[in-house]
Design a protein around this ligand. Structure first.
Ligand code: NAD
Ligand code: GLY
Length: 366
């Protein structure tokens, strides 16, 4: 078999450090993470119905070379799986499969499976080791890195969870070939986000590669995923538990975006679509409040539109309701909502709520 070119990105967090391994066809060659696997004899895989059909049998076959016992469970696909009842059923299945504190839990799937299995790993027998194998673009560039895990409550998303860093992340960009188009594009919103918040150079690269990105060119995608993981890792090592404001920059576009998702009902807009519109609003607000240039707002809008993402505030949502929903954001500090606004492409700052009127002034693009 041809030799795999693997990019290894370290996440340096003292005794919670780990490596992100990125390589096309890496699901076929688990030797890339052989050092990690050799520490275990038993693995328990959590996946969802869609991903399970495509990749579970293959993963089990490959794992057999490294481990004595492999068990698995398949959850329903989509956000509805990120709930207490499913976490409870996984805990029980793990007991049934005689998992113990030395079992390796493997999350094979998108951000839903990663967050859910991560939460189960953080809590089962007070914590077991976790390997993330993300299969959506969003999970490969964002949710599998950094250790945020959790489940939803009827009152809101991600309200229960834990920081639980994985022992490793294995990314095979080729699994993105089977990802539905809309899910792929939603992941691209988070990719664009990294350019706006952290790297003008990366933003320019995306502008130059829109065609290859739309064609899911494997080489370009591998580069993009690695760059996003490097950028995210650099933020996470500075502020692992989101206490200094550094990590909060990753929430660019999310305060507006969460309000749209909530008001339209979860599922109407995908998370990445809501974030794309939210980033355009935040850029416009920065233009109104701090002199961010119109030309840069237009560059952000154009890149998102070219990648097939929505940029206009959904019609029919009154500004007053959007403002109210934004003020319920769970990331309040001392009861006040902070916003992440760009100062230039490649740089953002955290600002105090600038007043309802100003925030509403960025909702005019409908
Ligand atoms: P998802 O996990 O629901 O996956 C989207 C859909 O794609 C699902 O239907 C899934 O079955 C399917 N799928 C996954 N991989 C596939 C593949 N390779 N081929 C075919 N189909 C595939 O959604 P998502 O967008 O990956 O994740 C969203 C979740 O991530 C949300 O719950 C969000 O809160 C969470 N999130 C977490 C973090 C974090 O830091 N922990 C960051 C961002 C988002
Ligand atoms: N996705 C935001 C974070 O990991 O902090």
């Amino acid at each position: 078999m041809a030799k795999i070119v693997c990019q290894k990105i370290p996440v340096n967090l003292a005794n919670r450090s780990y490596t992100i391994s990125i390589a096309p066809k890496s699901l076929d060659q688990l030797e890339l993470i052989g050092d990690l696997l050799e520490k275990y004899s038993h693995a328990f895989i959590v996946t969802d119905a869609n991903v399970g059909k495509l990749y579970l049998a293959k993963l089990k076959r490959r794992l057999k070379k490294h481990l004595e016992q492999i068990d698995s469970t398949v959850c329903p696909a989509g956000e509805r799986a990120k709930v207490m009842e499913i976490a409870y059923s996984i805990w029980q299945k793990m007991v049934g499969a005689e998992c113990d504190r030395k079992t390796l839990l493997i999350a094979l799937g998108g951000g839903v499976v990663g967050d859910l299995a991560g939460f189960v790993a953080a809590t089962f027998m007070r914590g077991v080791d976790l390997l993330q194998i993300p299969t959506t673009l969003l999970a490969q560039v964002d949710s599998s890195v950094g250790g945020k895990t959790g489940i939803n409550l009827p009152q809101g998303k991600n309200l229960v969870g834990a920081f639980w860093q994985p022992k490793g992340v294995l990314i095979d960009p080729e699994v993105l070939a089977t990802l539905p188009d809309r899910e792929y594009r939603a992941g691209l919103a988070e990719v664009v986000k990294y350019g706006v918040i952290l790297s003008a150079e990366f933003f320019e690269f995306l502008e130059q590669q829109t065609e290859a990105i739309q064609q899911r060119d494997s080489q370009v995608l591998s580069h993009i995923i690695a760059e996003c993981c490097r950028l995210k890792a650099s933020v996470v090592v500075e502020d692992e538990f989101e206490t200094t404001g550094h990590r909060a920059r990753l929430n660019f576009g999310h305060t507006y975006g969460h309000a749209f998702e909530f008001l339209l009902g979860y599922g109407e807009l995908l998370h990445g679509e809501a974030v794309a519109i939210g980033m355009c609003c935040a850029a416009l607000l920065a233009q109104h409040t701090s002199g961010f240039s119109n030309a840069e707002t237009e560059r952000i809008q154009l890149l998102l539109q070219t990648l097939g993402l929505p940029t206009k505030v959904p019609a029919g949502l009154p500004a007053s309701e959007i403002i109210r929903a934004m003020q319920c954001d769970k990331k309040k500090v001392n009861k006040s909502v902070q916003l992440v606004l760009p100062s230039a492409i490649g740089n953002v700052t955290l600002v105090a709520w600038p007043g309802d009127e100003q925030v509403a002034s960025a909702l005019t693009n409908r």
